[in-house]
Design a binder for this molecule. Sequence first.
Ligand code: SF4
Length: 217
Amino acid sequence: MTTTKHCRQCGTCCRKGGPALSREDLDLVRLGHIRHDQLITIRCGELGYNPGTDRLEPVPVELLKVRGKGGGWTCLFFNEAQNDCTMYAHRPATCRILQCWQPEALLATIYQNTLRRADLINPNDPILAEIERHEQACPGKLFTDLLTEADNPENVTRLTEMVRADLAIRDDIAHKFGISLEMEFFLLGRPLFKQLAGSGLECVEENGGIRLERRKK
Ligand code: SF4
């Protein structure tokens, strides 16, 4: 049992993942403390880390999180050498609320008042229509639901179609708008093939395309 009563700034929370932004954090983006390409979208229904329960679970709303470093989970703003936050004075609301020794305060606010992509994009920007096209072709909740029964061959067929559609739309948008991979993570979230971990399926390249197959044991 922990006897901690205050933050020891051990960095454990920061290593478990960047914070999800709330509407309170809007000015952090507007004023440039956090850039769009430092965020990753967890689309509604996709699996996301819940710091309150310390588990991965389908998220009931769209979340914008600070990206991890180099494909890992550690928050982009965490300084390993100094064991501290490089934007401490401007850290997001979640980081101010989280007390690892008593997570109740965070649990009361989680999934409330969250920032979404549309809050950070000009309403006239044509990229919004592309985001909607992606949502229609690759709904996050449907993908997560299909993954829970990945042994079912019909599900594998549907998952394959969605992974292909996801890759095709990303490729199309990258060419049309000339966006970076980091910006793609903000606009479209994590590629679906990256979300196959733990399902028993893996994505294999074949004849210039992809297919899903059972992971070899
Ligand atoms: S923004 Fe700072 S305090 Fe918040 S998780 Fe990242 S490094 Fe930690």
